[in-house]
Design a binder for this molecule. Structure first.
Ligand code: GCU
Length: 838
């Protein structure tokens, strides 16, 4: 009977809609629950009954989890019990008080836990309260994945700081957020309803994240208003039961812009006193505040350099203020001049971190942590590890990773990021000729520092999926797991996440694993290769392709591409000297073109397009091939996902399918734009004659146009044939017609068009007087990426109608009804024979 009920529950769970809000904490019944339920304990003892205690939370969570997984509601009590069949959870202190000493106690480190599960007896002991909660989540994660074998182990964190950064603005918008408005702020203030913040803290606690910086690094001084400080207290109150501490980003100019002082000089005693006072006020309301995050002298933000003070002077000012409370200051190393001059061959933004921070090594207080983005520039699809990690031996450091996919498809492209992060974390910088993996530097171990750790830019929003995409949640999950234990393998983490998120079906596991593990290489292949950076539009949305935007501006994300050659010469011998920022063994590797890995060739070297890679291909042919290969892989994701129909609940199935179809189409926009751009620039043909040659396309500008006119798209490479069509007025319908010259047969008919923000144009496609489809240009409501008001690589997209019967001579007719500023733009129509991707 039990078996039957479990099977029924399972079936119900499969068809029941899931909106993603439960993420990996679904506690779905496990298929063999009937067998395992008899060995789960019959009562829970949580050795703390104070509701704000993470130990109390642990008791509640165990109750909830076991109810979900086994359908049995266990009692929770705070009294030690001698019953044989219990789950006991407590801190080292409360546990030993109640049950006496135990052997493993000495090996527990801060936030660590001991988990021993043997049959009906489960003991979870945290070094502190948070650790106890982590142990409870670990036990539940095992049960939820069907791992019920006996275990006994200690788990300690790799690093004390495991925080998220949220780039939320007080008005409720989120910088580089792709999942709707803020869960923390609205209309200038902390939100009234903090339920979702509590849910977020729960989610983070389950992956052992212990701090959240809740507001944008480009900080608004008003976060310090009395009403907002009250609000911070409310947020901290709901996060506290999960052991997640709250922190805030500060605007360096606050003393002047908010406090009405006439200075924000960090060495001015008035300024110092002002910050001490503000800090005291906050700690009075949030006694366990984690600390501050500061972006100073970066991208227009104020900082100490204005007063000729050092960045360390600036950081230490905050450090003094939070020190009495045990607070930490995360001081960002993302400091650079965004007005550098490309005509200077030696200029290099990638050198900025070292230029600004190297000489300050040892000058930061012990409660300051320098927070360093993983690479020297800015979250690109491929960067070498920042050399700053190896240059600071007497300074605490943390690595900054980006979960929100700012430059990596903005949650509209599947990109599983753990493999990228692992490459950086496992990279051995060989400081002083000794093993110096990035993960061992930021853990604080390598240079024997008191602090170190991880900052992950997450930017969750109010969307029920948290990140705007179900599959993107593997990145948040992996971030927490790696921050705790960076030696874990990306695929193993992923598979835990899949089982917890989608259940046990082997095909689901294999398929999502395969898609995810192929996703970063695919994205790199169809965006920027060989270390040239993502090649997205760096001055606008950071979403679609625009290679030209990298150069001829002061931002320093240059490619230095001209007709003959491409890449940044970062050698010491002839270039910007950046290679020499690394310890000698690494510097020598990057200095020499022969020993530089192909995937970073153009990061370190300026070479002709005809330069041969280790593979034997030229740089340009590699570009062409990689773009075809990467976008071909993105097409397979659709089929792979479709093969899971019926195995994943409909709500999530449809949601993911929509995104995979979008990605498949947009990967072609990427492929064609990048290939066309470099083909046009270098005038070197593709060996396989694919680039610029599209035999299955009917260009919209070549059709008979009534109410439509040709339009030269900018950047040119984001339109097939450089030209699209737009309606001649923004109110009346446009019609484009043509007679089909392709052989009669069955085709997938794909229409490439542009979907801009600011209007919802409507389209109607007919072939031989039959309606093939109708759609609306409303992706801005459905996708969440930063939209565009132009026809460009961000708005370019594709819709495909499968298996359409076409006769030679049939008329194809496309009707566009403009709306708002969207002039129903169309680029081309492809008639794709089975198996062809044009
Ligand atoms: C990137 C990003 C900005 C952000 C900045 C930062 O440049 O585009 O939105 O403010 O990084 O990390 O400070």
């Amino acid at each position: 009977m039990r078996l039957f009920i479990s099977a029924l529950l399972l079936a119900l769970r499969l068809v029941a809609a899931e909106d993603g809000s439960a993420a990996w904490l679904r506690y779905a019944p496990v298929p063999h629950a009937a067998n395992t339920s008899r060995i789960t304990p019959s009562e829970i003892v949580a050795l703390n009954s104070t509701k704000s205690s993470p130990v109390y939370t642990a008791g509640q969570e165990l109750q909830r989890g076991i109810a979900g997984i086994f359908g049995r509601k266990l009692n929770v009590s705070a009294q030690a019990s001698s019953a044989l069949s219990t789950i006991v959870v407590g801190t080292l202190e409360t546990f030993t008080d109640a049950y006496g000493d135990f052997d493993e106690a000495e090996d527990l480190e801060e936030d660590g836990f001991f988990l021993c599960a043997t049959g009906d007896k489960v003991v979870i002991v945290g070094q502190n309260e948070r650790g106890a909660l982590y142990g409870a989540f670990e036990y539940l994660s095992r049960l939820a994945q069907g791992h019920i074998s006996s275990v006994s182990f200690i788990s300690n964190p790799s690093a004390p700081i495991r925080w998220t950064n949220e780039w939320d603005n007080l008005d409720g918008s989120i910088e580089r957020g792709f999942a709707g408005p803020s869960i923390f702020f609205r209309n200038g203030f902390v939100v009234d309803n903090v339920t979702r913040v509590a849910e977020y803290a729960r989610l983070l606690a389950s992956i052992r994240i212990n701090g959240i910086i809740i507001n944008n690094v480009n900080a608004d001084v008003q976060v310090l208003s009395a009403r907002n400080i009250e609000g911070l207290a409310r947020l901290a109150d709901v996060m506290r039961p999960y052991g997640v501490q709250l922190g805030i980003s500060l605007n360096f100019a606050s003393p002047e812009d908010f406090g009405k002082l006439n200075s924000y000089d960090p060495l001015d005693p008035k300024v110092d006193a002002w910050w001490a006072n503000v800090t005291n006020q906050i700690y009075a309301k949030v006694p366990d505040m984690a600390g501050y995050l500061v972006k100073a002298n970066s991208e227009g933000q104020a900082g100490p350099l204005t007063y000729n003070r050092t960045l360390a002077d600036g950081a230490n000012m905050f450090a003094r203020a939070v020190e009495p409370y045990g607070g930490v200051v995360m001081f960002r190393a993302f400091v650079y001049d965004n007005h550098i001059n490309e005509t200077d061959w030696k200029a290099d933004r990638a050198n900025a971190q070292l230029e600004f921070f190297q000489n300050l090594d040892g000058k930061f207080n012990d409660n300051v942590v320098v927070q360093i983005k993983y690479g020297p520039i800015d979250f690109q699809v491929r960067e070498p590890a920042s050399p700053l990690f190896s240059a600071l031996h007497h300074t605490n450091t943390a690595i900054e990773l980006q979960i929100t996919q700012e430059y990596l498809g903005q949650q509209c492209h599947l990109v599983y990021l753990a493999p990228l992060w692992k490459e950086i974390l496992e990279f051995d910088l060989r400081a002083d000729g000794r093993p110096s993996k990035v993960k061992d530097i930021v853990s604080s171990e390598r240079f024997n520092r008191p602090l170190g750790g991880y900052a992950g830019v997450v930017n969750v929003g109010t969307n029920s999926t948290w990140l705007g995409s179900h599959l993107a949640m593997s990145n948040l999950y992996a971030y927490g797991r790696l921050a705790w234990d960076p030696s874990l393998e990306s695929e193993a983490i992923l598979q835990d996440w899949i089982r917890l998120t989608f259940g046990f079906d082997q095909k689901v596991l294999n398929t999502i694993t395969d898609m995810s593990m192929k996703s970063w290489p695919a994205y790199e292949n169809y965006s920027g290769n060989l270390g040239i950076q993502t090649l997205t539009d760096i001055t606008y949305t950071h979403f679609g392709p625009n290679p030209a935007s990298q150069d001829n501006n002061g931002w320093g994300q240059w490619t230095r591409a001209d007709k003959f050659s491409i890449g940044m010469d970062r050698t010491v011998n002839n270039g910007t000297g950046n290679a020499g920022n690394y310890p000698p063994e690494i510097a020598n590797m990057y200095e020499n073109i022969e020993t530089t890995p192909d995937n970073l060739l153009l990061w370190f070297h300026h070479v002709p397009y005809t330069q041969r890679l280790k593979s034997g291909k030229t740089v340009i042919q590699h570009f062409y091939d990689a773009h075809y290969e990467g976008s071909a892989v993105a097409q397979t994701f659709v089929k792979q996902w479709e093969s899971l129909k019926g195995k994943v609940d409909m709500e999530r199935y449809e949601h993911v399918l929509f995104r995979q179809v979008f990605q498949a189409g947009h990967s072609l926009v990427w492929r064609d734009s990048i290939n066309e751009f470099y083909h046009n620039l270098s005038e070197i043909p593709d060996d396989l004659r694919r680039v610029g040659n599209h035999p299955y396309r009917l260009e919209a500008e070549d059709m008979r146009l009534v109410g439509y006119k040709p339009y030269s798209v900018s950047p040119f490479e984001t339109a097939s044939g450089y030209t699209a069509i737009v309606t001649t007025s923004n109110s009346s319908v446009g019609v484009a017609t043509a007679n089909i010259t392709f052989a009669s047969g069955t085709y997938d008919v794909a229409v490439n068009y542009y979907d801009l923000i600011g209007g919802k144009a409507q389209y109607h496609l007919e072939i031989g007087n039959r309606t093939i489809g109708a759609w609306t240009g409303d992706l801005e409501d459905k996708l969440g990426h930063t939209p565009s008001i132009y026809l460009d690589g961000h708005s370019a997209t594709r819709i495909t109608f499968k298996g359409v019967e076409v006769r030679r001579g049939n008329m194809v007719k496309i009707t566009g009804q403009p709306n708002g500023i969207e002039p129903a733009p169309i680029d081309y129509i492809s008639f794709l024979p089975p198996g062809i991707v044009d």
